[in-house]
Design a protein around this ligand. Structure first.
Ligand code: NIG
Length: 402
């Protein structure tokens, strides 16, 4: 079955050549992209969709979410808007609500969040454990996550539960809990921050999870300067997420990690800096320095960080809009960070097909047909018309899902 999507006012490929085509068309065959070019040259297909001059982008790749949770933290948000600081301790509130929710309801809640994200143009999503915080509950979260998300990250090291010794809990995270979640996860993460896990504890978690064959990421430098970025680079993590407080040597370390990168071959990659602007606004932290990172040669991803505490949104469009209006990225750079950048943070970028799965995050022949048709003639409208519902149609692996 082939589908021709034609009469595209703009086609933003986010491929290696950074092509933006006008009056373009795309042919989808099964779950992959089979042809791209000028609408006037398009081959015949089994069916045709007239895009009416609208813009086509890759579907958003949301590389950082926490979707496996129950409960609500409106009161904490209100207190923050009234001037209180964010602290990691709020995680315990969500852990209580999550533990007392049935498998059925936790799955239903998580699936609802994925549906909400897809309806806004997200076609590939990562999510984490981290609101279970004991062996049984973390394994349950990982199992539920594996049923609803494309990529699952183990975040047993999110917060030390009340009443537990931090080193004892770290040993649990690195031992029996890791064994229990291992069948469901490909990634591991640690919240390396004051009030969460120290440098030494984070190092133990990263070492154990790497030894278990997991890819790594780090929550780092969110609430202040700290060792998160340096640890992420030292351990070869795929991404370090938040990056609000960076010293010059942090940016240098991230940039150096990419010095041997060949993006076409997919070799020599380093650590992506994942910026979470919706979280930065909701916690009143300084926006992550995405402009400086890009200028220093560090690949940047934008992600929603959808979670009940610091970023209760899955709107990638909001993140892109904020990155343009407030973080000084061009529209092309912001869309790239929310598509190709996310894929890079998840090891699913072009040149790096995994387990026979096609690359995501860019529109190129052979890639998975994850497509986002805007109800606008160009991607510029994402920033020019902030907050407007601009998703017109979404295809995921070649299937129209909206
Ligand atoms: O990415 N920073 C740590 N984890 C989440 C927040 C979790 C929460 O407060 O519930 C984050 O912002």
């Amino acid at each position: 079955m082939t589908t021709l999507i034609t009469n595209l006012g703009e086609l933003m490929t986010q491929d290696h050549e950074h092509r933006v085509l006008r009056d373009a068309a795309v042919v989808v065959e099964g779950e992959r992209i089979a042809w791209i070019g000028a609408a006037s040259d398009a081959p015949a297909a089994d069916e045709s969709v007239d895009a009416g001059g609208r813009a086509l982008l890759p579907g958003w790749v949301d590389s950082h979410t926490h979707l496996i949770f129950a409960g609500d933290r409106t009161a904490e948000f209100e207190a923050r808007m009234a001037g209180e600081d964010y602290s990691a301790g709020g995680i315990a509130v969500t852990t209580g609500a999550t533990r007392s929710t049935s498998d059925y309801d936790l799955t239903r809640l998580a699936m609802g969040r994925v549906v909400e994200a897809v309806s806004q143009g997200t076609t590939y999503v990562e999510t984490k454990t981290g609101y279970g915080l004991d062996m049984e509950q973390e394994a349950r979260s990982a199992r539920i996550a594996a049923g609803v998300a494309d990529e699952v990250t183990y975040l047993g090291a999110h917060l030390v539960p009340a009443g537990m010794d931090a080193d004892d809990y770290t040993a649990l995270v690195c031992g029996p809990m890791l064994d229990a979640v291992r069948p469901y996860v490909a990634w591991a993460d640690v919240f390396c921050e004051r009030g969460a896990f120290s440098e030494a504890q984070s190092r133990r978690v990263l070492q154990a999870c790497r030894d278990a064959g997991l890819g790594l990421r780090v929550h780092g430098n969110q609430l202040g300067h700290g060792p998160g970025v340096q640890l992420a680079v030292e351990f070869g993590a795929a991404s370090v997420d938040h990056v609000n407080y960076l010293a010059g040597e942090d940016t240098d370390a991230l940039a150096s990690s990419w010095s041997g990168w060949d993006p076409v071959a997919g070799t020599g990659r380093g650590t992506v800096a994942t910026c979470l602007p919706a979280c930065d606004l909701s916690t009143r932290q300084p926006l992550a320095p995405a402009r400086q990172l890009l200028d220093a040669g560090v690949p940047v991803a934008l992600a929603s960080n959808c979670n009940p505490g610091t970023s209760n949104t899955s709107s990638m469009a909001f993140c892109v809009t904020t990155a343009v209006l407030q973080m000084h990225l061009s529209v092309h750079e912001a869309v790239r960070a929310a598509t190709y950048g996310g894929a890079l943070a998840l090891g699913r970028e072009s040149g790096n097909d995994v387990d026979g799965e096609r690359a995501v995050g860019s529109i190129a022949v052979g890639h998975r047909a994850d497509l986002h048709l805007l109800n606008a003639p160009s991607a510029t409208h994402l920033a020019y018309r902030p907050g407007m519902p601009l998703t017109h149609a979404v295809w995921r692996a070649g299937v129209r899902v909206r």
